[in-house]
Structures are given as structure tokens and as C-alpha cells.
Design a protein around this ligand. Sequence first.
Ligand code: ZN
Ligand code: ZN
Length: 389
Amino acid sequence: MEGGADTVKALVYNGPRDVAVSEVAEPRIERPADAVVQIIRTNICGSDLHMYEGRTDIEPGRVLGHENMGRVVEVGQAVEQVKVGDMVCLPFNIACGHCQNCERGHTNYCMVANPDPRVAGAAYGFAGMGPWNGGQAEYLLVPWADFNCLRLPDDAVEKQNDYVMVADIFPTGYHATEMAGVGPGDSVVIYGAGPVGLMAAYSSILKSASKVMVVDHSHPDRLGLAEKIGAIPIDDSTSSPVDQVLEQTGGVGADCGCECVGYQAHDPQGREHPNETLNELVRSVRFTGSIGTVGVYVPADPRGPDELARQGEVAFDFGLFWTKGQRMGTGQCPVKAYNRHLRDLIHLGKAKPSFIVSHELPLTDAPAGYQHFDARDNGWTKVVLAPAA
Ligand code: ZN
Ligand code: ZN
């Protein structure tokens, strides 16, 4: 087309704490199984901040955004089930559907979607997860569209801020509770009251846990939301969170623990300790309890606070972990393992994960959204972008 019309607006990473809405090449069908999706809702995620802060090796020029939902506008010749006009939610994991790991349901570790043979797993707009552009943009290229698109029912637009949470944080929080073995009647402690921690708390409550405790620094907005959904907020800036959890559980510790903070865990004074939440979880969870770790840890952190962290190693209290006979599940969430069920809970009115949304912004305001979310400004609990607005 003449006149330079084949560009679209997208949020581009230019360097540490420097993102901008720029014109980029319009996504086009490249392979027969591709689809192009017009993005209706796309979130800023806590894990986008690792890239925003320059703590990864993502290259300037990449479009960020891995929590996406929208309308299919074009499909390749090999796409059979997904049709133009379908409303879809895209798992943040990009998976081929037919490699060894995908066949076993481990779509979080697809061996094909990431061209680096040393790494399994791919995602939209994410450091180390393949060359794919993200969806904080007007349009997104979706590979292996039949496998990756979750089609949404006729309330897709009405509940768009709920369904977009099914791309990542709702399944990721749910996955933490699955790895932690949360079931009816269990007590659960969750470290981190960010969006994923709140979704882990919400998932625990959906699973009829008897007591759900959420630990964070004195963020009144985040801890307030935890309390609002029926969890017990634990402020670790006033006294030891471990002592508070033990007091809540008769001195025994919680049955289940979820790590929803990751390697940039820091004390109330802002100093980073990558081992802090992991060791507090070992002490907060009972003997033989299970821990699900979905907070991000990295094999190397070149700008980490000390030599150990720079090598990607963590001073983990393995002795106490072993002595207590605990188990731990790790890694990114296989979104496809849960997204249909979570979609159906939303459709039938049994779940409303949009309770965490604090800001809904047009794409042009995305840079300001990053700034506020990165600063953990009070009240900025979750930012949803609306590129089609
Ligand atoms: Zn995310
Ligand atoms: Zn695969």
C-alpha cells in the first residue's frame, strides 16, 4: 500500500526506563498457521518491569506485551478452527503444539517456538523467550493460531478486563496454588501482593482454602485488595512475616506456600535479597508442606546486587527445606493447562479477576503507565491498555 499505511502503533523498548509508542511494521501472515489479532486489551505486567528497568538483555526496538486479547482479523491457509472475527485470549506462552513438551502439556517449555536450542519456552515480547513481538500494540502476529488462541464466548467485550487476565496472571496465580497443592480446607501463605500474588490468593479462595494469608510491605492498595477478597493481609514492614504466619497457624505454619515475588525481592528499605521470600516461605510453611514458586528467577542477573546474584545463584536455606520434607514446584505457568476452565468461571459469573484493575489507559499513555507501575505508586495495582480505543 502506498503512503506508508502499513505501519501500526506499538509500545517499543528503547533502553532502560525508556519506552515509547512508535510506528512499527504491520504484522502480516508469514506462515500458513499464523493469525493476526487486533488487540482490544493488553496489560502491563510485573515481569515487563524486569525489562523496563534494564535488568534483562532484551534488544531495543522490541515491542513489549504478553498479556493480550483481541479480535482475529486475518488467518493463514492452514488455520482451520479460528475464524476472522473470533474474540480470542492469547496465552503468554507461545507453543507449537506438536513438540515433545507441548504433547505432554508443558506448553511453557515448547522446544520449537524458541529458536535458541539451549532454551525451551517462548513468549510475546519477552527477554530470552524468542524473537516474538508483544501485543502492547494495535495488532499482534500469533503463530500456530489454532493451538494458541483461546476463543471467547459472546460476553467477550463486556468482560474484556476479566478475560485479558486469562492470558497470564490468573492462570499463573492458579498454577502457584496447583504446585503448592492447595485444596479445600488448606491454609495458604502467599508472598507478594502484586497482581500474581492476588490471583494466587483469589484462586486459593475459589478452591475453598480455609485461611489465605498475603504478605507484602505496607502497600495499602495491594494489601487492601487482598483483604477485600477475603484474605488476611500481613504487613512485613511492621514485624517478621514468619512470626505472623506462625501465629495465624497455631505455631505450625501454613499447609501451602506461594512465591509470587521473584528475584527482585527487596526489604522494606528497598535493598534486594533474591533469597528473602524463598527462605521466609520455608520457615512459614509446615513440615511436609508444598511451595509453588511462580515469581521469576533468572540464570544470570548481570546487574544483580552481589556476586552470587550476578551468577544467578540464590543463598537458599536448603538444609531447613530438606529437614522439613517440603516440596517445591517452579517455573512459568503452562497457561493452556488452565485457561479454558478459568475462562468458563468468568463466563458463568463465578470469577471476576478484573477486581485488581486500577487503570485503563489508551496505548498512547503506556509510557506513563510503566512509570507509575514501576514506581509502585499507591493505587497503581494493574494497568490495562486499550489500543483500539
Ligand atoms: Zn505477565
Ligand atoms: Zn512445542
